[in-house]
Design a binder for this molecule. Structure first.
Ligand code: ATP
Length: 258
């Protein structure tokens, strides 16, 4: 079976003020997969996500979206294909939760295709999925950090993208909503790239890419990647593996090296 590449980058790099932040990243995201990005603080996960989303312009190499150079595509075309949920996306505007989610429909609207009942239904469904329906009329500024995160995810879902880029989407969320978002991502047929800090949660991804000091140092299945030696070399921790008696799945416990 031939697998379709949704998003790829070749020799991708990004520098700022003469400092190289990301170097020579080669990556292919396959249709339908959930690709997790892991790595220590400052290793370049958010920078890579922003380059893949077209928010940042590469200093070297290129990103291809469904085979086409991202640099040659219009913003609207990119937004119809990809939605990015950033780590600290904020808005200072006084808008309601519903308004914030309705923004997700923007790439699909035009003079010939004005707002309609279908858009209302998509927004309603996105709010339901993140359990925020009861907050629709609330002022965005009054939301807690976790509630804002869920609204951002609803906005991205309302965009109906083919590729979802999620930068630490479980940040700020209580455990119920962390599991809810991860289950949702696993259920979605949409191709997903997700940056995660919790390595036990990362184990649920189809493949993992490991960033270390601005380079992609490993790529493979969670079982291939999450080995004691990689966890020692990249994260500086000693790992032991346990088995969950409930379902036989592996759990990692972490300890200081010394
Ligand atoms: N605009 C910028 N100017 C200067 N340095 C930057 C800029 N953006 C990112 N960096 C630096 O690039 C490195 C990678 O940052 P990035 O946010 O991509 O890391 P990350 O892996 O997402 O980290 P974290 O896990 O802490 O969120 C960091 O050292 C950061 O300080």
């Amino acid at each position: 079976m031939t697998e379709t590449t949704m998003l790829e980058c070749q020799q991708l790099g990004w520098s700022t003020r003469g400092q190289s932040i990301l170097r020579a990243v080669d990556l292919r995201v396959r249709q339908g997969e959930t690709l997790g990005l892991i790595g220590p603080n400052g290793s370049g996960k958010s920078t890579l996500m922003r380059l893949l989303a077209g928010v940042l312009t590469p200093s070297a190499g290129a990103v291809r979206l469904e085979g086409r150079d991202l640099a040659s595509l219009r913003r609207r075309e990119i937004a119809q294909a990809m939605a990015l949920v950033e780590q600290q996306a904020e808005t200072a505007d006084r808008i309601t939760v519903r308004d914030a989610v309705e923004l997700g429909r923007t790439p699909w609207l035009s003079a010939l295709r004005p707002w309609g009942a279908e858009d209302d239904a998509i927004v309603r469904s996105a709010l339901e999925v993140v359990e925020m329906s009861g907050f629709a009329e609330r002022d965005w500024l009054t939301l807690s950090g976790g509630e804002r995160q869920r609204v951002h995810i609803a906005r991205a879902l309302a965009q109906r993208p083919r590729i979802l880029l999620l930068d630490e989407p479980t940040n700020h969320l209580d455990i119920h909503h962390q599991l809810g978002i991860l289950q949702l991502v696993a259920r979605l047929l949409v191709t997903t790239v997700i940056a995660l800090h919790d390595l036990n949660q990362a184990m649920g991804c189809d493949r993992l890419g490991v960033l270390h000091q601005g380079q992609l140092v490993a790529l493979g299945t969670p079982a291939e990647i999450l080995t004691p030696s990689l966890l020692r070399d990249v994260f500086g921790v000693r790992a032991t593996f346990l088995t969950d008696p409930a379902d036989g799945s592996r759990i990692i416990r972490f300890h200081p090296l010394s």
